[in-house]
Design a protein around this ligand. Sequence first.
Ligand code: KIV
Ligand code: ZN
Length: 550
Amino acid sequence: MNALKYRRTPTPELPNRQWPNNFLSKAPMWASVDLRDGNQALANPMTVEQKLALWDQLVKMGFKTIEVGFPSASQVEFDFTRRLIEEDLIPGDVSIQVLVQAREHLIERTYEALKGVKQAVVHVYNTTSIVQRDNVFEKSKDEIKAMAVQGAKWVQEYACKAEQHSPQSKFVFQYSPESFSQTETDYAVEVCQAVMEVWQPTPENRCILNLPATVESTSPNRFADQVEYFISHLQNRESAIISIHTHNDRGCAVAAAELALLAGADRIEGTLLGNGERTGNMDIVTLAMNLFSEGIDPQLEFSQPNEWIPVVEEVTQIKTHPRHPWVGEVVYTAYSGSHQDAIRKCLLKQQADAPWNVAYLPIDPKDVGRDYEAIIRVNSQSGKAGSAFVLAQEYGLNLPKWVQLDFAPVAQALAEKQGGVVSHKELYHAFENHYGLANSPIRLDHYQLDRVDGKERLSIEIEGEQWQGIGNGTISALCDAWQKRNGHPVDVIDYAEHALHLVDHVSEGKNAQAIAYVYLQHKERKVVGVATAKDSVTAMLLSLLKGLKT
Ligand code: KIV
Ligand code: ZN
């Protein structure tokens, strides 16, 4: 590879740039170009029916401007625009947008497609970049500017005719200096200024100037410089909505758009999940979710990706990457033990109404329709924390640390045997089997506790045998009974119990209500016993007996 083959794209000097000191505080105006730019990039462009399915989805998400196509370019595009208008499918607060080149017959045909529309953005463009001026059009700067001015005049003239024909139609004009980011910025200002002179917009009746990075060729900071330069050199800036349209050739389309907003842009064009020419258009989902994750309401609804991603995938025939920002299948999943441990601890501390403060999870996965069950998946990398999280989350088991440690090798062995992710059910079954919850190795027939001289006296019947013991509490009474019966002392190192709420735990008694965990030492061994039962005392006695029998 010879890097000397390439050159840096020139961008303006901007020593007093302001954008790095700015913060975003509100959502921009959004315009979806899925049905136009996204569609133009597909090997099999969408049918009218597919376009309708995506249209419905975009409207549901809350887009107020949707570029529906290039009606003068093909019959499908024309027919789709007509269908939306004739079947009254455009909600009152939504504007359709249509793209057209600065050529008269195409502009005329575009207005035919718009006949009877209530409100529409007519988007005219011509390319202004150095390479296209020199090598494609072979025209001077003045000639290219004249094309833009002429296009703007036709757009205005045909709009007047259309408004005479259907006075209810309202048109907003949009101009794009295509390849803005590869155009000298002062020249882009000059061309846009000339277009504004034709349209005579006012602050109450603004036009849209859309600045495309048709091919992304600079770093996002230098694109932001271009945008800030453009805005600060445009006269009558308050009469124009400054729109940004970035592509993703360098993988920075979202960053470039975000910095362009800091530089003063008002509006963003893009597509869902970034479908579009070559590496794609700017992904609106990512940008909107970036804002959301910083506490800014994006004014778009992406909370159910399981519903809308299939629609996008069906019409584009492009699968979503599992690591796609914010909505990919595994983006809230932790496999590594230390991440799982941190997430589990933070989630336990997270109060419902407090600001989100969870390590490794930039937002609450529930906000995009993900359950916590999908967050932590147990595999051979997981360590004890992953199993503990899953058993707590799915089965309501709050394992003490010594149970987590005791059970970790069992989960590890299972994951290694399977060679992948262990499902929640498989993990729970392994837990049940390991601690004999489903088929208890011991039968407790009956017990009775009495208080005598401030002590607990326990009479217990185990598999037909009678045991007696006395102690300061139930556990010590059972240890005493065990020692009298078997001659060995028992030392209880730790003990825990809690109620069971989440699932019907079947075990030593159907529908167990309580679980007990005991950590004890006898015959120089440290063992863990776990038992479930209908009541906590039975669970406690059983856990100890199971530990002793281990
Ligand atoms: O990328 C681009 O420049 C475009 C224009 C037509 C706006 O899609
Ligand atoms: Zn584009």
